[in-house]
Write a protein that binds this ligand. Sequence first.
Ligand SMILES: [Zn+2]
Ligand SMILES: [Zn+2]
Length: 267
Amino acid sequence: MRILLFVSLFILFSCGSDNSDLEQHSQLYRVQSTANLDMLLKTSSELVVEVVYEPGAEPYTDKNFRNRHYWTFLESNLQAIIDLRGREVTLTVPKELADMRMIAIQDKTSWTAQEIESLVSSSNFTTATSAKGVFKVIFLKGHFKSDGVVKDKVLGINVTGTTTIAIFKDVVEEMGRERDDNIAKFAEQSTLVHEIGHAIGLVNNGVKQVANHQDTAHGAHCMNTDCVMNWQNEGATEMISFIENYFSSGSEIMFGENCLDDIKAHK
Ligand SMILES: [Zn+2]
Ligand SMILES: [Zn+2]
């Protein structure tokens, strides 16, 4: 039982944030850009999560056991970031499928970061401005491909240097088949929170650390195993305790203290 849980949750934090195929083109893509960080953390009076999906890759939009929409997990975590910054920002997070937009079937088995970016640019997302930050979320069929290798366990990526987040729905659904639907639905939300965490500069991804907590061996990730920005938990016991702690804490906030401190202190 514990082994099974480990296997399915191992991919929960697997994340394609390395984006080496973009890195070879530009140094700018090593971390989130200053312009995007300013927009997301300093200047916007409005923050929008805009979601599009391929047919067959629809996000989960039902309600959880607390009779709340799954997307309130993402909403609460983004609101916590806004509150930490001490700013008045109107936040829009879609909760129903009707608030999201279907795009054409892409018929692709794998996606590089560049291919994702080019689909984003042809998908009519709202243009971001310094007053209006936009997270461009795209739910895809097929798997992430980096350096010519298909990463069939990667749930999602943030294309480094952008506010694009891709969710690989086939991998999410596989978790549902291996475990149960509730795990998959929770994983979809925590992946969104994790990737948006990268987009807002975590860990050391454009936002400086207050205390040293970057897991440098794994890139822009957090050493805290109870933090959503951890790249994975090391074993079944830690996995279970992550979930137990999360649900028993009574708080929906998935970021650990070090990550929250960094966001708060960002100048
Ligand atoms: Zn990551
Ligand atoms: Zn953290």
